[in-house]
Design a protein around this ligand. Structure first.
Ligand SMILES: [Zn+2]
Length: 348
């Protein structure tokens, strides 16, 4: 089998995030979708335990990893579901007495009655955005724009950046303001956004330090960043190994855990305030079906089987309570940039 990258070439290289640890060979894996044949190597930093594809592919290579229909599937259907859910949620809120419903916590009903619909029921979005006056949000890697559409319907000024042409076109067709391209090409105004979201994006980015510094520039002084990533330090990778769906090689270049994300945050002027270990049943069920069968048709059947769904539910719950879920969301606050990071000009 063709090996795309040679992890043996990494000794002597330092971690691109903490710059202190050396990179050591860690893992070999395949593209579980079968899009790119061959094997890919991961290395891991001996200090901050950040894992990454090695060598880091360049921009042109990264684009070749994505099938044309990566974002297309079901996009319009999902947009329709979001619109319908928004209508239901709005009509409930208009009928019920005005109160915060915090006693309902993060249950599905609680999320619908507050403003948590885009994250329902795993993430307390209303808590994160509490006290924000200018409600301007940027969704980096906004895909086909369902999240932005929900936010726009809630009165937010929404902006999106999306490098995939098909996805960006669908998002624009929903009436959203979306820049097709990469973040550093978008020339967005400094200090303009109160909230920036990276939902399953950071792991795809080949230059996370540069991206985080640009996000730091774009956020207002009290800006908030919401990052959702698969957790390579979680139970899912330990159990399923090379069948763990969260690897998504070679499209996932950097593989984070709460610890390595915290290092990236510190290096780029952020602090993690809270981590939500909500997990992902979808990642678990897909991993389980991959471990059971190599055939795609079988995997589709296996994923629907009630015992497999049950195992997915149990593992997701175990990940949540042990705080080692296979996916987590981090809420980060923007800090003044440290001198050593070398940002030019005054900090906003
Ligand atoms: Zn490191």
């Amino acid at each position: 089998m063709k090996r795309h990258y040679d992890a043996a070439s990494s000794p002597g290289s330092f971690c691109p995030v903490c710059h202190r640890g050396r990179l050591r060979p860690f893992f070999w894996g395949r593209d579980l979708t079968g899009t790119v044949p061959g094997e890919f190597s991961l290395v891991r930093c001996e200090i901050c335990s950040l894992s990454l594809l090695w060598p880091i592919p360049d921009k042109r290579q990264v684009f070749s990893f994505y099938p044309d229909d990566y974002y297309q599937f079901g996009a319009k259907q999902r947009a329709k579901i979001i619109r319908r859910a928004m209508r239901v949620s709005h009509s409930w809120r208009s009928i019920l007495p005005k109160r915060n419903y915090s006693f309902l916590g993060h249950t599905r009903l609680g999320c619908l009655l507050k403003v948590d619909l885009p994250y329902s029921p795993v993430f307390p979005f209303s808590e994160i955005v509490e006290g924000i006056d200018n409600r301007r949000i940027l969704d980096i890697g906004c895909g086909t724009g369902e999240f932005l559409l929900a936010m726009k319907n809630m009165g937010w000024e929404t902006w999106g950046v999306e490098p995939n042409l098909v996805a960006a076109t669908v998002a624009k067709s929903l009436g959203l303001r979306v820049f097709h391209g990469e973040l550093n090409e978008a020339s967005l105004p400094a200090g303009y956004f109160q909230v920036i979201r990276l939902h399953h994006v950071l792991e795809h980015i080949y230059n996370p330090v540069e991206t985080m510094r640009e996000i730091h520039r774009l956020l207002s002084k009290e800006g908030r960043l919401i990052v959702t990533v698969p957790n390579i330090g979680g139970m899912g990778f330990k159990i399923f190994g090379r069948f763990w769906w969260g690897l998504d090689l070679p499209r996932h270049i950097f593989h984070y855990s709460p610890g390595s994300l915290s290092t990236l945050a510190e290096e780029t002027g952020f602090r993690i305030v809270r981590i939500f270990h909500h997990g992902s049943k979808s990642i678990l069920v897909r991993s389980l079906s991959l471990a059971i069968s190599r055939k795609k048709s079988w995997q589709r059947i296996v994923r629907r089987l009630p015992p497999v769904q049950l195992v997915g539910n149990i593992l997701q719950w175990l990940g949540k309570i042990s705080r080692r879920s296979e996916e987590f969301t981090a809420f980060l606050r923007r800090l003044p940039l440290p001198e050593t990071v070398g940002q030019s000009g005054s900090d906003r």
